[in-house]
Design a binder for this molecule. Structure first.
Ligand code: BG6
Length: 363
């Protein structure tokens, strides 16, 4: 039941204020400026002994893991890194006792991720799951974890599970940060920022028509470049993934900082760019990149917090401002709507894109 929406994908995008609220529900502790995650099975002392975090997942779960790695590094100041589970499991990985492994999966049944979990456990490592489906294979195989409570996701392309995964990582990073050096004041700031997310997502969804109009225009091109720096980079990767999965438009994601080291050669009026540009300490650098793209005749759609000089971007999608560490979560939503509308404009089978399955349970 698509709940009156033309596709499950749009229903699941529209559900995000509620699904994000469910992921947060009962987990924020404003008094101690932290988060409670009952299923983690890790006490404060054990958490303090963790020196590194390694995050594993496939597809969008991997990109959500990249967002998670940044949140953990920013809030807990513990080195964290995401890797595709499908690669990790085949390279005879070194498993360390002071590393916390995190497996990310909406379905909890992705075979590559499950195999990675089994490899870690076989070698004596500790792994927690960030999983949507209760009682799934990956959830059962992990030492503990965080359930998303986002409800069943039907459309092949992940949307609500993606944002809930990022929120679960923010909760984990907050909890982890507060046993390390995150101050109570910063903890409170992040609590407040998380509580504000559902309302802010609602605001983004209210701008859907304008995003649809832009997507129909950009969908006339055969390809698109997605760029972002640091917090914007996993957003750009996930945005490109969404666009290619459901519209079949070729989409390349690059760190904005890497453009001049290769892909700038591709920029021309035929290849527009979607640039993820939050109003953070990298704003000026990002605006310089936009200028470089415009100088080569590339059309630019900027997603960020304010309208820049009109010479830098023809089109702008403005999202509400929140706590800077949480920007990636909000910035993701307009890119979901953009991909959805591009796929609709091209008449694609939005919920069941060709060649893809919702979960890949075989090798
Ligand atoms: C892919 C799906 O095959 O599996 C993606 O098409 C999904 O949408 C990926 O992100 C991982 O799935 P899961 O269930 O492990 O999160």
């Amino acid at each position: 039941d698509t709940g009156g929406h033309p596709h499950y994908l749009l229903k699941e995008i529209a559900e995000q204020p509620a699904t994000v609220a469910r992921t947060l529900s009962g987990r924020l502790d404003e008094r101690f400026a932290t988060a409670h995650l009952g299923g983690l099975n890790l006490g404060p002392r054990e958490l303090r002994e963790i020196r590194r975090v390694k995050i594993l997942g496939c597809g969008s779960a991997y990109y959500a893991g990249e967002m998670g790695a940044q949140l953990i590094e920013e809030l807990a100041r513990v080195p964290a890194h995401a890797e595709p589970a499908s690669e990790f499991r085949y390279r005879n990985p070194v498993i360390e006792g002071d590393t916390l492994y995190v497996a990310v999966s909406q379905s909890g049944e992705t075979y590559d991720t499950l195999a990675a979990v089994q490899e870690i456990r076989r070698k004596g490592g500790r792994v927690i799951g960030i999983v949507n489906t209760v009682g799934s294979a990956i959830a059962r195989e992990c030492d503990g974890g965080v359930y998303l409570h986002a409800g069943p996701e039907v459309s092949v392309a992940s949307t609500k599970a993606f944002t809930s995964t990022a929120v679960a990582f923010a909760l984990l990073a907050l909890h982890f940060g507060r046993v390390h050096d995150l101050s109570p004041a910063d903890g409170r700031r992040i609590c407040a920022g998380l509580k504000a997310l559902p309302g802010q997502i609602e605001e983004i969804l209210a701008g859907r028509e304008e995003i649809e109009r832009l997507a129909a225009e950009y969908a006339r091109h055969d390809g698109m470049m997605f760029v972002g720096r640091v917090r914007g980079w996993p957003v750009a990767r996930e945005g490109a993934q969404k666009l290619k999965e459901i519209s079949y438009i070729h989409a390349e994601a690059y760190p904005a900082s890497e453009l001049k080291h290769g892909p700038l050669a591709l920029i021309s009026p035929a290849l527009p760019t979607l640039a993820v540009v939050p109003d953070d300490e990298l704003l000026e650098k990002n605006l310089t990149t936009l200028g470089e793209i415009r100088a080569r005749g590339g059309r630019v759609l900027m997603v960020g917090h304010r309208r820049p000089d009109a010479r830098l971007a023809e089109d702008v999608i403005v999202v509400p401002r929140g706590e800077p560490e949480l920007d990636p979560i909000l910035l993701t939503v307009p890119l979901q709507l953009f991909a959805y509308a591009a796929a609709v404009a091209l008449g694609r089978d939005v919920d069941r894109p060709r060649n893809l399955a919702k979960s890949v349970t075989v090798e």
